[in-house]
Design a protein around this ligand. Structure first.
Ligand SMILES: [Zn+2]
Length: 150
C-alpha cells in the first residue's frame, strides 16, 4: 500500500486488515471496553483469526460472534450437551491439580466436540470414533467410555 493511501486510512482499519491477531481483542482495545467484555475468550471459538474454521455472523454487543452456516440441529445440540457434561466430569479427574481449573477445551478441542455432535449417530465402534476425532491425547484412556456416552 502506498504510504499516502495508508495515511488516509484510519489506523484501526489498517491494523484490522493487516494483523493476524485476535479480531475481538482489536475491537475491545480500540474502544477501550471494560473488563467484563474481555472474559470468556476461548481461542477455539473466538474469531476467525483465532480459529479460521469458524463461520462467523454478526458481532453481538460483547463482541462475540454469532453462529452461522451449518449450525447444529436439535439432535446434535442434545448430543453436544451430553458430551460436554461428560467431559466436564472427566476433566476434573484428568487434571487433579486443584490450582489448574481445566475447561472443556483442555480435554477435547471445540472442533472435535463439534465433529462428535455431528457424527454421533454413525459412530458405532472405536475405529469410527478414532476417525471422527483424529488425534486426541485421551484416546487410549477415555475412548471406550466416550463411545458408551455417544
Ligand atoms: Zn479471536
Amino acid at each position: 500500500m502506498l504510504p499516502e493511501h495508508q495515511g488516509k486510512l484510519p489506523n484501526f482499519w489498517y491494523i484490522l486488515a493487516n494483523e493476524h491477531g485476535c479480531l475481538r481483542i482489536q475491537f475491545l482495545d480500540h474502544f477501550d471496553e471494560p473488563q467484563e467484555f474481555w472474559i470468556h475468550i476461548q481461542k477455539d471459538c473466538c474469531c476467525s483469526n483465532c480459529n479460521p474454521k469458524l463461520q462467523l455472523s454478526k458481532l453481538d454487543n460483547h463482541y462475540l460472534y454469532g453462529e452461522c452456516g451449518n449450525s447444529l440441529n436439535a439432535r446434535c445440540k442434545k448430543v453436544l450437551e451430553l458430551i460436554t457434561t461428560w467431559v466436564e466430569n472427566q476433566a476434573s479427574v484428568a487434571f487433579p491439580n486443584p490450582l489448574f481449573k481445566p475447561t472443556v477445551y483442555s480435554f477435547i478441542s471445540a472442533d472435535q466436540l463439534m465433529q462428535l455432535a455431528k457424527d454421533a449417530h454413525v459412530i458405532m465402534n472405536l475405529d469410527k470414533l478414532h476417525k471422527a476425532l483424529g488425534s486426541w491425547c485421551f484416546f487410549q484412556t477415555h475412548s471406550p467410555e466416550l463411545l458408551v456416552n455417544l
